[in-house]
Design a protein. Sequence first.
Length: 93
Amino acid sequence: MDEEVLERVREVVAAIPPGRTSTYGEVAARAGIRSARLVGRILAEDGHDLPWHRVLRANGTCAPHIAQEQAARLRAEGVLLVDGRLPKEHRRR
């Protein structure tokens, strides 16, 4: 994996403030890459020390395999999911 891409993604995720969220696609765009999936892969492999829980899928849901932990971490920061999804009015456009 390209170390420069890795670091750009890490910087973007690290900059998401508590109580806010972003999507994998938004992180990819801010990091200057085209692949939201690559963002997910980077977070899975090298994101343990980042606020990975602030990154949601495009439809405002958590990744299924980490949904409970992700929702709990978001809730602790004041981000409430409704039926497992960030309400539309709280999503950026």
